[in-house]
Design a protein around this ligand. Structure first.
Ligand SMILES: *Cc1c(COP(=O)(O)O)cnc(C)c1O
Length: 468
């Protein structure tokens, strides 16, 4: 093991210290690490990841968190406040998704641990509902190619066959006819994104809604990313097609409070048109010697702190708070996109809003990535086609960031042209880019091994001293 983080600077704990360390000493260490790691994004050069970046907001949420961090919301008699926080988070999220348009069923929701948590719970609910009401034992689910890997993970975990529908490369939107062709009598649900993680574009949810209704299956809208930003964009007059419960075929929506909801990492909302689908997730154990047990979803004990902090963030910001931030983000994204469009060598994929992805038909876009990385920019790398994306968040709206982006990008394009002419291969392309024509089985196995090594390094435990 080589480079254990901070090994040379702070004590490495291979076992519990025999004598506890002073609080002040520990906090000093933590402050040092946090300050250095925050500096990485505070310049506004990091795509996505840090959605808010306002330390006053973080301090406010930390206080709310601290008041309830020790409470276990599974023991509701001890913390009735959790019912208020969770219920109101869900009510506010449902309202944002126009659940007021729902008739004939009772809308409901679940606060989960994140986007993946919401997606896992959604697919579990669809699977069990289809088994119970339609007798489906070999379920399948259809996602557009651009649908988040959390859907692949859910299908993997829950024994659901995943079918992937292609997108139209010109628009990056799913081909709805292909979705229809993939459906059969064992299809439990289909999905669309608003917007998708790669391109930030919004699938034709209206058409998917018609399709889902006509075939009697569920439609999940993944608004993990867009759920707390697109509705305000629509209010501000941007051209955002409806993607929520206004469309009658939409049966569930995931919307992440821990992204553009500006909560702490660790919460998301999963919203249902019909409470009966949500209640498929309820778990009861009635005969256990330890007593009767019940839980609303996959988790057992949960901290009241995250619910309190998320609730506090939403209520403190309010509609006008979100709108003001969304306005800045949309305007910043438009200015950055303008900088991209000013270079004929670059091409933006689809018609995005707050998150945009671009490629080049003249050179490998990873040359641009390389140059920009040297200037401290951190984009997300994409493949098929090679592209890089910027999810604009509040740190990018700080003064000077767009100007710096435009200036660095102009130099990056000149650099890419020179590298391309010299026949050079980009450094980062090997890590992030796709291989033309797809991967051979051997290459795929090789990449999986590299990825496993990365996870090993991330989860590595410091080695105990020799001889122990
Ligand atoms: C982030 C994201 C997810 C997954 O969310 P996590 O919070 O990372 O688990 C799912 N879908 C979309 C579109 C996302 O952007």
């Amino acid at each position: 093991m080589t480079d254990y983080p901070y090994a040379g600077r702070f004590p490495v704990h291979q076992r519990l210290p025999e004598h506890g360390r002073p609080r002040e000493e520990i906090l000093a260490e933590l402050r040092e690490m946090a300050a250095e790691e925050d500096a990485r994004w505070e310049n506004g050069k990091v795509s996505g990841t840090i959605y808010c970046g306002d330390h006053a907001h973080y301090e406010f949420m930390t206080e709310a968190y601290g008041l309830f961090a020790h409470a276990n919301v599974l023991q509701r008699d001890m913390c009735p406040s959790a019912t208020k926080f969770e219920g109101e988070i869900l009510a506010m999220a449902l309202d944002l998704m126009h659940a007021g348009h729902i008739t004939g069923t009772t809308p409901a929701g679940l606060v989960t641990t994140g986007g993946t948590g919401s997606i896992l719970h959604a697919l579990l609910a669809y699977r069990d509902h289809a088994a119970r009401t339609r007798g489906i034992t070999r379920p399948n689910f259809i996602k557009p190619e651009t649908g988040h890997p959390a859907f692949d993970k859910a299908c993997h975990l829950f024994g659901i066959e995943l079918r992937v529908a292609p997108i139209d490369p010109a628009t990056t939107l799913v081909d709805v006819r292909a979705v229809a062709d993939l459906m059969d009598e064992n299809t439990i649900a289909i999905m669309g994104s608003a917007g998708n993680y790669g391109y930030g574009t919004i699938d034709p949810i209206g058409e998917l809604s018609e399709l889902a209704l006509s075939r009697g299956v569920g439609l999940h809208v993944d608004a993990c990313l867009g759920g707390f930003i697109l509705p305000f964009g629509e209010e501000l007059g941007y051209d955002i097609p409806p993607f929520d419960f206004r469309l009658p075929g939409v049966t569930s929506i995931s919307a992440d409070t821990h992204k553009y909801g500006y909560g702490f990492k660790g919460t998301s909302t999963l919203l249902f048109r019909d409470r009966r689908l949500r209640n498929e997730l309820y778990f009861f154990s009635t005969g256990w010697s330890g007593g009767k047990y019940l839980s609303p979803g996959i988790e057992g004990s949960r901290s009241g702190g995250l619910l309190a902090a998320t609730w506090a963030a939403m209520v403190q910001l309010g509609r006008d708070g979100y709108r003001a931030r969304v306005k800045k983000i949309f305007e910043t994204s438009a200015r950055m996109q303008q900088a991209v469009r000013s270079h004929p060598q670059l091409r933006i994929l689809g018609e995005p809003t707050f998150l945009f992805s671009f490629t080049s038909d003249e050179f490998d876009i990873y040359h641009v990535y390389d140059f920009m990385a040297g200037r401290g920019w951190r984009f997300n790398g994409q493949q098929y086609p090679n592209a890089i994306h910027m999810a604009v968040t509040l740190p990018q709206t700080r003064p000077g960031v767009t100007e710096e982006f435009a200036a660095d990008l102009a130099e990056a394009v000149a650099y890419a042209q020179k590298q391309h002419a010299a026949g050079a291969r980009p450094h980062s392309g090997a890590i992030y880019g796709g291989v033309p024509g797809g991967l051979t089985d051997e290459a795929d196995e090789f990449i999986r091994q590299i990825m496993a090594d990365m996870l090993d390094a991330q989860q590595s435990v410091p080695r105990p001293p020799e001889g122990r």
